[in-house]
Design a protein around this ligand. Sequence first.
Ligand SMILES: CC(C)(COP(=O)(O)OP(=O)(O)OC[C@H]1O[C@@H](n2cnc3c(N)ncnc32)[C@H](O)[C@@H]1OP(=O)(O)O)[C@@H](O)C(=O)NCCC(=O)NCCS
Length: 422
Amino acid sequence: MTAAVRVRSDSEIRSVTDAEVPDWIRALNTGFLRAPMASEAEVADRRSQLIPDRTLGAFDAGRCVATFRSFRQELTAVGGAAVPADAITNVSVTSTHRRRGLLSRMMAKDLAAAKDRGDVVATLIAAEYPIYGRYGFGPATHATEWMIDVPRAGLDRRYAGPDDGGRVDLVDGEDVRKLGPELHERLRRRQPGAVDRTDRWWQVSTGVVRRDGSPWTEPFYAVHRGPDGTVEGLAAYTCDDTWSDAKQPLNTVTVKNLIAVTPAAERALWLHLCSIDWVTKVRSGYRAPDDLLPHLLPDPRAATPLTHADWLWVRILDVVRALEARTYEGSGTLVLEVVDPAGPAGGRRRLEATPEGASCTPTTESADLTLDVAQLAALWLGDESAVRLAALGRVQEERAGAARSADALLRTSRRPWCPDMF
Ligand SMILES: CC(C)(COP(=O)(O)OP(=O)(O)OC[C@H]1O[C@@H](n2cnc3c(N)ncnc32)[C@H](O)[C@@H]1OP(=O)(O)O)[C@@H](O)C(=O)NCCC(=O)NCCS
């Protein structure tokens, strides 16, 4: 076998000018294996979203060959604090210029700017697992998608809506744009792993703005209100039109988005979706792995997992602020040696946590745990277990029992969840 030839790129990496935006979009579409040429409408729409000094391109002989952009985001930490995040998206390198270090150079530039700006973390949704660990990102939330076989779920076929005084109503997109943002704010302020949504998110998700010219199917929207009339949940879903040869309906509901701020709303919306006449399958969309859903069904085995995968990846830029921003259910101290050779987060710090607050300070004491910054990201939102990471050799215990103590402090009773893709 011959050794791989290392070709480094001398392509220039810089912010994209307004005149270069169409070429940048062509490169992005090419990298994502979509038809390269964008319509005027797509160019205008994308242009409206780009923040000039946070939109990077690599240029070779005047042609854009790599794309990268970031924007300001708020990520909810354990306990509900919103931390400033550098959200990264539209990452692509044209196939003719791959593996020459272009992504590494764009990432280094963006992360340095994020650190200078004072962002606590950077976030992204990874197209492929092996790409981002090298830059200090770790998988901090996971997603599970289920397919519910409705006739097998053991549900009462006479279900006629909530019996606790709440109600479910179908509304249209305009209603969703009015009531959705406030409901989502209530959810994301209590949901570790959630990120903020812009007005544009609601416009895109209700079809007012068509992002890339792809065909639009108007979803159905179901709203749950509690007994006092307060909006507590919202589901957007589409349905196909499938019938058997024997003239039996076999329709599948596909959930685009379902958010709820009370268990009653969650229950009412899932039971609503599973009780629509003609519907024999419900595809859940990406939920938290410990979502209530399967257990809202009398027979949870009727919900088959389709996907179980990493979702939000986090790169901690400021360990002190990240650990002080979140809350802790118990009290304890932990000395962490964070390894971050290429980044700003390395060093030894002592975390002193109580349910009332936490402090994190540099120390010369002996470390309890040594871990890479990417592993800290997996622990920070409460999802991962230090004991498990130690068994995998990804966290090193410097004191016997330290991983167990770390779990007692850092893990949360419910898993984090990021409902959004960006
Ligand atoms: C993923 C992508 C952006 C990588 O760009 P790139 O310029 O080739 O990456 P770099 O040359 O900077 O690679 C840096 C390192 O990451 C590795 N790497 C990059 N992409 C990888 C992948 N998909 N799988 C495994 N390793 C990868 C490289 O081998 C290299 O490793 P090395 O330092 O040990 O040599 C590019 O392949 C691409 O555009 N893919 C299709 C679109 C995509 O997936 N975008 C990401 C959306 S989240």
